[in-house]
Design a protein around this ligand. Structure first.
Ligand SMILES: [Zn+2]
Length: 399
């Protein structure tokens, strides 16, 4: 029931609050509104946390929705693996607006033809391979979510989407030459730094740069997780895809990527999910996974902290998910990060804080004591594991 409540809140009430929050221009006021409506802790000026009750009105809506939900449980909420299905994921908080196949099944996509400098795939994807380069072999670090014991792991668990933060000329026909020169510069830089597996240029051309078998220095100190596992340092467990683009922050919805890039990202994501059986919940943006462990803050990098077109790329809106860095290891965030995020991500942050508070209450601990214990758990885990953040090679920052 708790999961059903969480699902209803995340998929129905949270988007409604999200739309209301979008009308609030000040980011701090926006978070305050979201915290109020979601019953999350709010920092006071003295630094202590005060829990605010969920709105009575929202509770009544929840009761009504629970009754409706009991009558109409969709197939994709099932926790059973069904015969004949390529893969059924055990997930909560699914977006009911998503077509079912993008959420719980992986479409089979195969290579049609490979020749010098290019590959073609059955979904229409073309990959340019002229810039391919090797790097060091991957050594993935994946731990069990409960025990934190390291697991045997091959392949990739997810995808991290980045922006190249490079020179972005106006996307106009008369600028073809400038646009092509800019792309060439980006590809040469990415190749020299080995920072991404793939780059999607502004015309939607997909370039493989670092070989998939090898590490790309794309995420540095980073963390993500799913129902079973936590992934520490995503350079070796997640593919890095960069869209030639520059970050827009807050609720600035001006185009940051071209329609051709969105289409290419959809095809490439489809191929990589097919090849490695990647969960859609593990396709996230750099801002969601980037860490600053010295201060236990998230969001050291802010690319796609807002406005990532999840739906257009065929993915659920992962901005609204719980953040394992917050719920499992007690990370937090500062005002700089809040100003960078849009309301969709604020919703996920507020939900994560809500879970943190509930976990502290269930253990009978003050919130800050619970948070300190989680941070100690993170330090111990990192001391026991060999995580390839790229720091030893001076590659812990992609740009
Ligand atoms: Zn990045």
């Amino acid at each position: 029931m708790a999961n059903r409540t969480s699902w209803l809140f995340q998929t129905i009430l949270a988007p409604w609050h999200d739309r209301r929050a979008r009308s609030i221009t000040d980011p701090v006021q926006r978070l305050r509104y979201l915290r109020k409506t979601m019953g999350t802790p709010e920092a006071t000026s003295s630094g202590s946390y005060v829990y605010r009750k969920r709105l009575q009105q929202a509770r009544w809506v929840l009761v009504l929705l629970l009754v409706a939900g009991a009558l109409m449980t969709p197939r994709w909420l099932s926790t059973e693996v069904q015969a004949g299905s390529p893969r059924v994921l055990v997930v909560n908080g699914l977006d009911p607006k998503m077509p079912r196949e993008t959420a719980d099944e992986v479409q089979n996509i195969w290579m049609v033809e490979s020749r010098a400098g290019e590959e073609w795939y059955s979904n229409g994807l073309r990959i340019d391979t002229n810039y391919v380069i090797a790097n060091t072999p991957r050594k993935p670090v994946v731990v069990d979510r409960q025990s934190l014991k390291q697991k045997e792991f091959k392949g990739f668990a997810g995808i991290v989407f980045h922006t190249t933060e490079s020179l972005i000329a106006p996307f106009e026909e008369g600028r073809n030459s400038t646009l092509r020169v800019a792309t060439r510069g980006v590809l040469q830089f990415v190749q020299s730094q080995r920072c991404y597996h793939y780059v999607i240029d502004r015309f939607g051309r997909v370039h493989r740069v670092v070989k998939e078998e090898d590490t790309a220095w794309h995420s540095g100190e980073s963390l993500w997780g799913d129902d079973e596992s936590l992934y520490l340092g995503l350079n070796d467990t997640f593919l890095g895809i960069a869209l030639e683009s520059a970050t827009k922050t807050g609720n600035d919805t001006a185009d940051t990527v071209t329609p051709a890039q969105i289409n290419a990202a959809r095809l490439l994501t489809g191929l990589l999910r097919s090849r490695y059986r990647i969960s859609p919940w593990n396709c996230v943006t750099h801002a969601q996974v980037s860490l600053n462990p010295a201060y236990f803050l998230i969001g050291l990098h802010i690319d796609f902290a807002a406005n990532f077109p999840f739906a257009e790329i065929g993915l659920p809106d992962n901005y609204g998910r719980n953040y394992p860095s917050i719920t499992e290891f007690g990370f937090s965030y500062n005002d700089v990060f809040l100003k960078a995020t849009g309301t969709r991500m604020l919703t996920g942050l507020a939900l994560s804080e809500d879970k943190l508070r509930r976990d502290a209450a269930s253990k009978g601990l003050p919130l800050e004591r619970h948070r300190a214990q989680l941070q100690e758990k993170y330090r111990s885990a990192m001391a026991a594991l060999t995580v390839n953040t790229g720091a030893a090679e001076g590659k812990d920052k992609e740009k």
